[in-house]
Design a protein around this ligand. Sequence first.
Ligand code: ADE
Ligand code: ZN
Length: 326
Amino acid sequence: DRLPELLRRMPKAELHIHIEGSLEPDLIFALAQRNSVAIPYASVDELRRAYAFTNLQSFLDIYYAGASVLLHEQDFYDMARAYLARAAMDNVAHTEIFFDPQTHTARGVKMDTVINGLHCACVDAQAELNISASLILCFLRHLSETEAFETLEQALPHRDKFIGVGLDSSELGHPPEKFARVFARCRELGLHLVAHAGEEGPPAYIWTALDILKVERIDHGVQSSKDAALMQRLARDRIPLTVCPLSNLKLCVFPQLADHNIGALLEAGLVATINSDDPAYFGGYMNENFLQTFAATGLAAQHAYQLACNSFEASFIEPGAKRRYL
Ligand code: ADE
Ligand code: ZN
């Protein structure tokens, strides 16, 4: 069976990866020591044993605790370089990386420290690993829109170092429309727009992400299969979904990988893609997501080809450069 080899070797784009979710337990411990930050886990193994999640919030609590070891520009650089090297091994040719500045600025870390560290890693990875990487700034939706505006203000001196904005963190109770005005401002600024919607939340959140925030892609979006009219809208307008199968499994969005609806989304003609979300926490980078999903759901080679094409179509690579991949 040559399908696993095809999945590993095909060039692909990753469009849904939170850089703080690529922080491996070993690096958390190394940075905790380097920065003299206390963490409430005695060992790497004890930390790993805490990675037993029941829903999105149970994960986010541990994910934010892990990020507390990041203080200096070098820390952000090291985290991103480690991810980029790992992604290059999976034949990721292009990646669009989410980062959560508010998780860091709330602890007194400067916006400049965060963005400069991540940006330098992206520049060096292009030269040294031949992987192209762009940054997408995410607003934390459990915080207020006022705080999102303050974050945007702090980031604008670095406008050339990120290509867009997104919306992440606790979905239920924090619908997209809470951020209508800040997304309108980002749209005026010419930033690309994406939002997490329909991970745990209802199809209504996907509708408002599209119609009120005017996002170009939906992150996750797996709940769209509950709404036939929404499926038609996503297919008609070729709105990509950045689906994360191992994340959905670990956060109990689907009871088993075999129950995942990625096959149904593709069969309905949606521009669905496969991504890793928070690979250090969910048990796999890109190729592991492809391999396990294909093994569990019975997707075949034509789906692999479709997913690779979709990933480049859905990317924010310049249209001229995109043709190289399609
Ligand atoms: N932040 C990191 N991973 C996330 C996810 N899967 N959903 C919402 N916010 C996140
Ligand atoms: Zn995510």
